[in-house]
Design a protein around this ligand. Structure first.
Ligand code: GDP
Length: 312
């Protein structure tokens, strides 16, 4: 079976204030340091000043970093149980999850729900014990607490064997031992690449992309975000949109975006394993499937329970 060794898709879960934003910010900052090839990549943080000024969290829903030859897509996960449907859908988009836990505070009840969803959907967990620089940090105890929680939530054998990375997100350091920190997050990047499964590369099969999240932009209208589970998608191509009501609509893929840093980057072609955003599909809804006109093959609907997504 061929794999997309150039892609990893992960979600990130953390209790509020445990350092999710700081960690992702550091990952974005440091990613450029590990460039393995000569390709010129944009400095992702430069465009973000405006958002910073407005006080909007830098953790946009979709972020991506390039580590050596691997693009790591990072999806934020809402921590609140009201977003059960969204959490489930995000977990279908990814193969791994970073659980960020404060080295002093330990596991907080609010993360249980999201973690349970992740474990149920068999994503590969990586435990990140953050704020290791705190004076009263108690990393070993916190790892034991995480293990207890995993057992309680019904984690399988593989999931219980989770790797642990100790970080100080503010300092941008990481280590496999709580007392030994490298001066960068490289160990974290390496752990992601090594343990999170690479997507299957079946780019030659008929296209199947399912919309899991919606976004809106004044210029291009509604945007459907999802994972290509199979095949290849190209701009300019005619595709079938399998609507939730059972009807089929034909569209041309006018614009397609991938993620790099905090930006959406226009792309011409994307393959199985990629997370993409598409526009030009009319009133596209969560759960609808994009496939070739000649090979309609809708995926089962997804759970939707947020009121904002029921709008038409
Ligand atoms: P989020 O709510 O999970 O996104 O948490 P933030 O990234 O906003 O961090 C919450 C607070 O913890 C901020 O004041 C950060 O500066 C601080 N913080 C984040 N990571 C670390 C760390 O590794 N060590 C210490 N001492 N503080 C941290």
């Amino acid at each position: 079976m061929k794999l997309r060794e150039d892609i990893r898709n992960i979600a990130i879960i953390a209790h509020v204030d445990h350092g999710k934003t700081t960690l992702v910010d550091q990952m974005l900052k440091q990613a450029g340091m590990f460039r393995a090839n000569e390709q010129v990549r944009e400095r992702v943080l430069d465009s973000n000043d405006l958002e910073r000024e407005r006080g909007i969290t830098i953790l946009a829903k979709n972020t991506a970093v390039q580590y050596k030859n691997v693009k790591i897509n990072i999806l934020d996960t809402p921590g609140h149980a009201d977003f059960g449907g969204e959490v489930e859908r995000i977990m279908r988009l990814v193969d791994g999850v970073l659980l960020v836990v404060d080295a002093f505070e330990g596991c907080m009840p609010q993360t249980r729900f999201v973690l349970k969803k992740a474990l149920e959907q068999k994503v590969t967990p990586i435990v990140v014990i953050n704020k290791i620089d705190r004076e009263n940090a108690r990393p070993e105890e916190v790892v034991d607490e995480v293990l207890d929680l995993f057992i309680e939530l019904g984690a399988d054998e593989d999931q219980l064997d989770f790797p642990v990375v100790y970080t100080s997100a503010v300092k941008g350091t990481a280590g496999l031992d709580p007392r030994e920190q490298d001066s960068s997050l490289e160990v974290l990047f390496e752990t992601i690449v090594r343990t999170v499964p690479a997507p299957v590369d079946n780019r030659d099969e008929p296209l199947q992309m399912q919309v899991a999240l919606l976004d809106y932009n004044d210029y291009i209208g509604r945007i459907g975000i999802g994972r290509i589970f199979r095949g290849t998608m190209r701009t300019g191509e005619q595709v079938a949109l399998m609507k939730l009501d059972g009807s089929v609509k034909h569209f041309r893929v006018t614009k397609m975006f991938g993620f790099m840093g905090l930006k959406r980057v226009e792309i011409e072609e994307a393959y199985a394993g990629d997370l993409v955003a598409v526009s030009g599909m009319g009133d596209i809804l969560v759960g609808e499937t994009i496939c070739p006109v000649e090979a309609p093959d809708p995926l089962p609907p997804l759970r939707i329970d947020e009121p904002t997504l029921k709008m038409t």
